[in-house]
Design a protein around this ligand. Structure first.
Ligand SMILES: CC(=O)N[C@H]1[C@@H](OP(=O)(O)OP(=O)(O)OC[C@H]2O[C@@H](n3ccc(=O)[nH]c3=O)[C@H](O)[C@@H]2O)O[C@H](CO)[C@@H](O)[C@@H]1O
Ligand SMILES: C=C(OP(=O)(O)O)C(=O)O
Length: 425
């Protein structure tokens, strides 16, 4: 079992570079299925979700080359191979194989997706969209069967604002006949990134980034070259880290506009945030004041930063309430932070945190990706050596984290330890 070991309390200083966005990458890669010639994506993060998607494309006959963040996918010989199990369970975004394969082959068999356990994560809105386009969708023994004689554009109103459903319906609709309108669409920057790739492949999409997206179906899509946007959640994680443990940190390769909700919260707490063109500088913070946080759909405060942000609140003066309106039970980090001396309590869909509390090292478990990121930040602050187990979740989403953190002075290493030392349930 691999673990991270972190000796906390080191002064962190210098420049840390953000990689390409995980939540774009995991949609851009499946989008290539819709082309009739090679698609090249540059700036991809080196994370296990990307490698798993590469394997899934290879499973269906794609020829994929991936090195130095550049992936070239030749989709010309892909076939509609069923993917009921195996790799699809390893990540959430395998659901994009549904929209992309349905769009190209008019049928697909895909196992139910995996991903972080954040409470219930239904895909009813994805299915509602596929059905509106004319697909018959059934769930048989844990796999979703999708089949359509023809996909025809339709109006789809999303009952909940969903990133995954918005992108998946776009993927299924770009090669359908006629016009599809997605109403109450999600507006995340990753949706614009995917729409940009599809447009450069020859698709006709208007309104991505607003809550109404119009797609006029085209007959075919061709290969292209695309550079991914920076990961705003990784950037936000580094901003929180800089506020909690930094001695002057520059976060490089960030679009400041994409992290505005976090910037505003940090400023409210007393953190100085200097925005530059593609960088953010955070000097050493002296006094942190507690602030309440409520997660919302974009451009609101992202649920994916709520868990890392909770660590910062343990260092702030006063009491604060965090409410997660997207995933009401996304608080598994709190039990682990309590092992490290944090004063936090989960109450329904909120957490009450009081501080400042000096964190102490402990052996803790990364129950999910952002809980893991939270524990890394906690480990960087804590007195002594913290061991983080189940880092497999962290490596789904953070590219070269150890090297990046060492580069700003952190004492962190990856070690393999005996399974017997696991603290998992
Ligand atoms: C791979 C990826 O991009 N993952 C992100 C994506 O996940 P994901 O696409 O799974 O999240 P959604 O935006 O779909 O979910 C938002 C909310 O809608 C609900 N819902 C969603 C779909 C559906 O069919 N029915 C339904 O009820 C969910 O339970 C959740 O409460 O957006 C989340 C919310 O910003 C982020 O935390 C994830 O990092
Ligand atoms: C929840 C997340 O990822 P996924 O949707 O891939 O599980 C995340 O990136 O924080």
């Amino acid at each position: 079992m691999d673990v991270y070991k972190i000796k906390g309390g080191k002064p962190l200083q210098g420049t840390i570079k953000v990689s390409g966005a995980k939540n774009s990458a995991v949609a851009l890669i499946p989008a290539s299925i819709l082309a009739d010639s090679p698609v090249t994506i540059e700036g991809l993060p080196e994370i296990s979700d990307v490698l798993t998607l590469q394997a899934l494309l290879e499973d269906i006959g794609g020829k994929v080359e991936f090195s130095d963040g550049k992936m070239t996918i030749d989709p010309s010989e892909m076939i509609a191979m069923p993917l009921p199990n195996g790799n699809v369970k390893k990540l959430r975004a395998s659901y994009y194989m549904m929209g992309a394969m349905l769009g190209r082959f008019k049928h697909a068999v895909i196992g139910l997706p995996g991903g972080c356990h954040l409470g219930p994560r239904p895909i009813d809105q994805h299915i509602k969209g596929f059905e509106a386009l004319g697909a018959k969708v059934t769930n048989e023994h844990g796999a979703i069967y999708l089949r359509a004689d023809e996909l025809k554009g339709a109006k789809v109103y999303l009952d909940v604002v969903s990133v995954g459903a918005t992108i998946n319906i776009m993927l299924a609709a770009v090669l359908a006949t006629g016009q599809t309108i997605i109403e109450n669409a999600a507006k995340e920057p990753e949706i614009i990134d995917v729409a940009t790739l599809l447009t450069n492949m020859g698709a006709n999409i208007k309104g991505a980034g607003t809550n109404v997206i119009r797609i006029d179906g085209v007959k075919k899509l061709h290969g292209t070259k695309h550079t991914i946007i920076p990961d705003r959640i990784e950037a936000g994680t580094f901003m929180i880290m800089a506020a909690a443990a930094g001695n002057g940190i520059t976060i490089d390769n960030v679009i400041p506009f994409h992290v505005e909700a976090l910037t505003a919260k940090l400023r409210e707490m007393g953190v100085e945030v200097e925005e530059r063109e593609e960088q953010i500088f955070i000097p050493k913070t002296k006094n942190l004041m507690a602030v309440d946080v409520k997660t919302l759909v974009y451009p609101g405060f992202p649920t994916d930063l709520q868990q890392p942000f909770s660590v910062l609140l343990t260092q702030a003066t006063g009491s604060a309430v965090i409410s997660d309106t997207i995933y009401s039970a996304r608080f598994k980090q709190i039990d682990e932070l309590r092992r490290m001396n944090a004063d936090g309590k989960v109450e329904g869909s909120s957490v009450l945190l009081s501080g400042p509390t000096p964190l102490e090292s402990a052996t803790v478990r990364a129950s999910d990706l952002r809980a893991g990121a939270a524990l890394v930040i906690a480990g960087l602050i804590a007195e002594g050596e913290t061991e983080i187990q189940e880092i497999i979740h962290i490596e789904r989403g953070y590219s070269n984290l150890i090297e990046k953190l060492k580069g700003i002075g952190a004492d962190i290493r990856k070690e393999t330890i005996s399974e017997k030392a696991s603290i998992s349930e």
